[in-house]
Design a protein around this ligand. Structure first.
Ligand code: GDP
Ligand code: CA
Length: 325
């Protein structure tokens, strides 16, 4: 089977680790990663979600933190802070900086992000084909209210410096309307047997990927079932801060609210199937009413067995939908 996954950073990485443990050895996995979190700081081009997936699958991630490199030191960041540089809020570890240096140099030499990612993956050997969603520059900016004045700030500044603590007035995915899918992305979706949306932030991770017109078209036309896992359990984001983003956009903070936001594939949305947590089973009927085939199973990826079981449940729903078509 060809399995294609649309992913943000941490949630997607955990899920894909499970997928690589559970899948048939002959199955291949392509991961299409959100690049709208990308940012330029200190002249460096930084791709946080690509790096999180690459480091996690390549066993170079700091597991406790969930992002960045193992055995990291922070000398450069501390030195920048000592200069009183405002941008020193961003977590740039010394080892991590090497990745950004190489990426930035290659981009300046005229390589595409797809090509740079392939070069980085020669070292990390993530066991999947790792593709940026687009080689075009796309960046999510968040509209906040600062003393009565609307201000657009980069998503990273909102997420890391402000800890997502300020109400969201709007989300602007700059460049996404002009962006084209990176090479291989459309083929990976149209040629897939199964397309999976692991638990990822629906607004700033999955949102920008499916907002690329060519990707949305591919999702509309693929014969593969498209099945997602809710990043919301109960009335809160799991290990996340997605709450402000969802409520700011008027989306109900629930698994059903996110399913309705993604929408049913036959009504212009992206989902055929949706997994919600067992504790949310009262929402099954609401989601079925959207036309989306829903199952309630344990969604907490607390350890490897739980993650693996979630992957099996996701694949089972996808195959069930697939054989019905
Ligand atoms: P990023 O790392 O910031 O790019 O975040 P992601 O796009 O990967 O999304 C993380 C999302 O995954 C958060 O909104 C969480 O709600 C969700 N999440 C994290 N851990 C789990 C889990 O164990 N189970 C489920 N269902 N969702 C999770
Ligand atoms: Ca991210």
């Amino acid at each position: 089977m060809h399995i294609t996954v649309l992913s943000g950073g941490v949630g997607g990485s955990r899920f894909i680790e499970g997928l690589l443990r559970v899948k048939d050895p002959d199955d291949d996995v392509t991961v299409i990663v959100n690049t709208a979190d990308d940012i330029s700081l200190f002249g460096l081009r930084i791709s946080p979600d690509l790096d999180t997936v690459m480091y996690t699958l390549g066993d170079g991630i700091d597991r406790e933190r969930g992002w960045g490199r193992t055995d990291e030191s922070w000398n450069a960041k501390d030195e920048l802070g000592a200069y009183g540089v405002a941008e020193a809020w961003f977590g740039l570890g010394d080892r991590d900086i090497a990745t950004h240096l190489l990426r930035t140099m290659r981009l300046q030499q005229g390589r595409t992000l797809t090509e740079v990612t392939a070069e980085l993956c020669e070292r990390w050997r993530p066991g999947v084909s790792l593709l940026p969603m687009s080689d075009d520059r796309v960046e999510t900016h968040i509209g906040i209210d600062r003393d009565g004045v609307r201000e657009l700030i980069h998503f990273q500044e909102y997420w890391i410096r402000l800890r997502a603590s300020v109400p969201v007035e709007e989300v602007v995915v700059q460049g996404v309307l002009d962006a084209t899918p990176a090479p291989g992305v459309v083929e990976a979706i149209v040629g897939a047997d199964v397309v999976l949306l692991p638990p990822s932030n629906p607004i700033v991770s999955i949102g920008p990927i499916v907002a690329v017109a060519g990707i949305r078209d591919a999702l509309a036309t693929t014969t593969a079932p498209v099945v997602g896992v809710s990043p919301i359990i109960g009335t809160g984001a799991v290990r996340g801060m997605a709450d402000q983003l969802l409520t700011g956009l008027g989306i109900d903070l629930s698994a059903a609210g996110v399913a309705a936001h993604h929408g049913h594939r036959e009504s212009g949305g992206v989902l055929d199937g949706w997994l919600i947590d067992s504790s949310d089973d009262v929402q099954l009927a609401t989601i079925d009413a959207l036309g989306v085939t829903c199952r309630a199973v344990p969604l907490w990826m607390t350890d490897e067995p739980a993650t693996d079981q979630l992957v099996r449940d996701t694949m089972a729903l996808a195959l069930h939908i697939g054989t019905r078509r």
